[in-house]
Design a protein around this ligand. Sequence first.
Ligand SMILES: [Fe+2]
Ligand SMILES: [Fe+2]
Length: 135
Amino acid sequence: MRFLEWEDSYNIGVKEIDIQHRGLFDIVSRLFTSRNYQTEGKYFIATLSQFIDYTKVHFATEERYMREAEYPKLDAHQKEHNEFLSEVIELARDCENKVPGIEQKILDFLKSWYIKHILGTDRDYQKSFMEKGFK
Ligand SMILES: [Fe+2]
Ligand SMILES: [Fe+2]
């Protein structure tokens, strides 16, 4: 199973955010291929922890832009970020504890999150950001 192919239409138009979305995309793609690496899950766990760190940075960046833009749905958006982080941290813990089938569960979760949140929810602030002249 593969992740997605990157498409330029995934860009929002704000450079810092686009770089981070692409960075997260690349880490998730690497997770999808890492299972072939025969490292007893060590590479998977290390990559997942890299993903979590980068996600924290990304959420903080995005929330800063939303605040600056006085984006009206900031609270709901932030709630989605926080819920996602708690969930992925819990999944990472299960992964370290070698819960059976956990890698597949994480991959499914990250793929649907990327599609739903980054390619979905995040689109909603695009107009506000453009109106503020962010780029
Ligand atoms: Fe985002
Ligand atoms: Fe977001």
